[in-house]
Design a protein around this ligand. Structure first.
Ligand code: RTP
Ligand code: MG
Length: 142
């Protein structure tokens, strides 16, 4: 298995619930290491660019409005198989379908306010990491 990096966001609903630490703990318990982290208030333009891949989808506008409704935490997670592992820890997009013990099962309210984002493939992970972080902000850590 290869060591990968993936882009994770804690969405405005979970930041408002004050569960950043609990969610970080889930990542760490799964063997994922945080190698970059920042709190960001996205503008409508930022959210539109980040989610451009969903531009034609019916939920695009609501998703962009939601993602700039309050601050988010952006972090880069590193570990073996990090992209798939993070999505496993997150649980299904719709919290009603998320497995017990996953972040979305425990902290998400709806398919829109679903607590976290995680990159879905190596190519999108690289693009999404570069969206938030420059080379100086990504650390090699033990
Ligand atoms: P994410 O990108 O946030 O990690 O979530 P995901 O891969 O599980 O889901 P994706 O298909 O990429 O959709 C991005 C976000 O859009 C919202 N969504 N709403 N109403 C709907 O049918 C619907 N479908 C997706 C969700 O908040 C999802 O996380
Ligand atoms: Mg996605």
């Amino acid at each position: 298995m290869a060591v990968e990096r993936t882009l994770s966001m804690i969405k405005p609903d979970a930041v408002a619930k004050n569960v950043i630490g609990e969610i970080y703990s889930r990542f760490e318990k799964a063997g994922l290491r945080i190698v970059a982290s920042k709190m960001v208030q996205l503008s409508a333009e930022d959210a539109g660019k980040f989610y451009a891949v969903h531009k034609e989808r019916p939920f695009y506008k609501d998703l962009c409005d939601f993602m700039c409704s309050g601050p988010i935490m952006a972090q880069v997670l590193e570990g073996e198989n990090a992209i798939a592992k993070n999505r496993e820890v997150m649980g299904a997009t719709n919290p009603k379908e998320a497995a017990a013990g996953t972040i979305r099962a425990d902290f998400a309210d709806s398919i829109d306010a679903n607590a976290v984002h995680g990159s879905d493939a190596a190519e999108t992970a690289a693009q999404e990491i570069a969206f938030f972080f420059n080379a100086f902000e990504l650390c090699d850590r033990p």
